[in-house]
Design a protein around this ligand. Structure first.
Ligand SMILES: [Zn+2]
Length: 247
């Protein structure tokens, strides 16, 4: 089945939960789109095709088919931007079930921001998507980061700019940290300056820091850590974080 809105075409199965809640899903995605697009002054090139499935197995299978891979690992959602898709359009594949609702800001932020630039550093692209998400497993990026710093677990931001380092760490560490660091840059320098920086990140991200802000990523990291230490973490949130990381 199919439903079209201003910025999306939703594809979903008959009798699925997605069909039942399609008006709610469409209103939420249009809300996300308006916020991201307004913030970055950017638009996707055409309508975003949103494919909603019942299970991570089905989404994983789509990923494997599209990328020509043999093993179809379960997956909650992924974006297939225009330059990678066969039909030259932007696509998002996502699970929508009672327990997993992989909708919201993240994949749409990737697609809309790719119209400005496709950063070579995953720390930068995931950081922007995570800035819009604000939360990871229901706890905000800043709380995660504050806690990692407290535990001495936070990897170096300057290192994470490098994709090979980014891959070395679990995403529950890298994603909220990238989101918090992006939030710090955006809130400190404003959206316009951040977008100027983002557009320079197609290659040599370290140089983009120097060119845009006149200082190195290492210096920013020092300031960012100092900024993060100004906040106290609530004890009940600390306990939730400990529980999440034990699982
Ligand atoms: Zn992402």
């Amino acid at each position: 089945m199919e439903m079209s809105t201003e910025h999306y075409v939703f594809h979903y199965r008959k009798n699925s939960l997605a069909e039942k809640e399609i008006d709610k899903i469409a209103a939420m995605q249009e809300g996300c789109y308006a916020f991201i697009s307004g913030c970055l002054h950017a638009d996707a090139k055409g309508k975003i095709h949103y494919h909603l499935f019942d299970t991570p197995q089905e989404v994983g299978k789509q990923y494997a088919i599209i990328h020509g891979e043999d093993d179809d690992e379960p997956c909650n959602g992924f974006a297939l931007p225009d330059i990678m898709s066969k039909d030259g359009m932007d696509h998002v594949y996502a699970v929508y079930s009672e327990t997993i609702k992989c909708v919201g800001f993240h994949e749409d932020a990737h697609i809309i921001s790719y119209s400005l630039c496709r950063p070579d550093s995953r720390f930068i692209s995931e950081g922007l998507a995570m800035f819009f998400d604000r939360y990871w497993w229901g706890i905000d990026n800043y709380s995660w980061t504050r806690w990692y710093i407290e535990q001495g677990k936070n990897p170096s931001v300057a290192d994470l700019i490098d994709n090979s380092k980014f891959r070395e760490y679990d995403c529950e560490l890298t994603y909220p940290l990238a989101g918090a660091f992006t939030g710090y840059l955006l809130e400190r320098f404003g959206t316009e300056k951040y977008v100027e920086f983002y557009k320079r990140c197609a290659d040599e991200t370290a140089r983009a820091f120097e060119q845009t802000f006149g200082r190195s990523v290492a210096l920013f990291e020092k300031d960012f850590l100092g900024y993060m230490k100004m906040f106290a973490l609530r004890q009940d949130i600390r306990e939730l974080l400990m529980k999440d990381m034990d699982q």
